[in-house]
Write a protein that binds this ligand. Sequence first.
Ligand code: DX5
Ligand code: ZN
Length: 230
Amino acid sequence: MHIIAPSILSANFAKLGEEVVNVIASGADWIHFDVMDNHYVPNLTIGPLVCEAIRPLTQAPIDVHLMVKPVDRIIPDFAKAGADIITFHPEASEHVDRSLSLIRESGCKAGLVFNPATPLAWMDHVMDRLDLVLLMSVNPGFGGQKFIGETLVKLREARRRIDAYKDRTGREIRLEIDGGVKTDNIAEIARAGADAFVAGSAVYGAGRDSDPNRYDSIIAALRAELARAG
Ligand code: DX5
Ligand code: ZN
C-alpha cells in the first residue's frame, strides 16, 4: 500500500491545526513533521510542543523527521508528544544503533534518513533496528526544491536491500522518499521502489482546491499517478 505523507513545512502555520485536519480529511495517510534546528540544517522549524498540540486533532500517524544534531536528547520528548515514527540522519548521531534503540524503547517506529550523498552502507548493520528508510531527494532544510534524479538509482538499490532482508527475515521495512515529489514524477519514483511519499509544496502549495480548506484533488491526482505505476 502506498502512503502519502504531506509535509506540514509547506502548510499555513497560522492555522496549522486546520491544515492537518483538512489534509487528512482529503485522503492523506500520515502527517510528515519536519524538525530543523539551524545547526544540522540551515533552517529552524517546530518542536515537541507543536507535535503535542496537533496530536489530539488526528488519528493519522505523525512521521517526525529530525534534522537536528544531536538527536538523542529530543527523542523521548517527541515520543511523549505523540510521535508515531521518528527518523534521524546518521551523521547527526554519535551512536546510530543507540539512537535507533532509544526510539523503539520510547514506543515509536524508527528510521534512518539518507541525504543525497549519504551512502546506503549506514543501514548495513542495523537492519533489525529499522522500521523505515527515508531517502532524501533534495538536500534537507527547505521545501520547494527540485527532485535530484540520481535518487532513483539509489531508491532501486535501497529497494533491493530491503527486499533481500524481507526474504531472509519476513520483516517489512518501509521505503520513504522526501523532496520534490510532484504529480509528474511520483509514478516513476514508485516504480523505482518507494512505498511512502512525502509531498510538501505539491500538496500544501499548489494543491488547494476551489474549497480553500480541502486538498482532495491534489491527493487524488497523486493517487491516480501511483495507480498508474502499478
Ligand atoms: C526538506 C524536508 C521535506 C520538505 C519537502 O528538508 O525534509 O520534508 O518539506 O518539501 P517539498 O515536497 O516541497 O520538496
Ligand atoms: Zn522531511
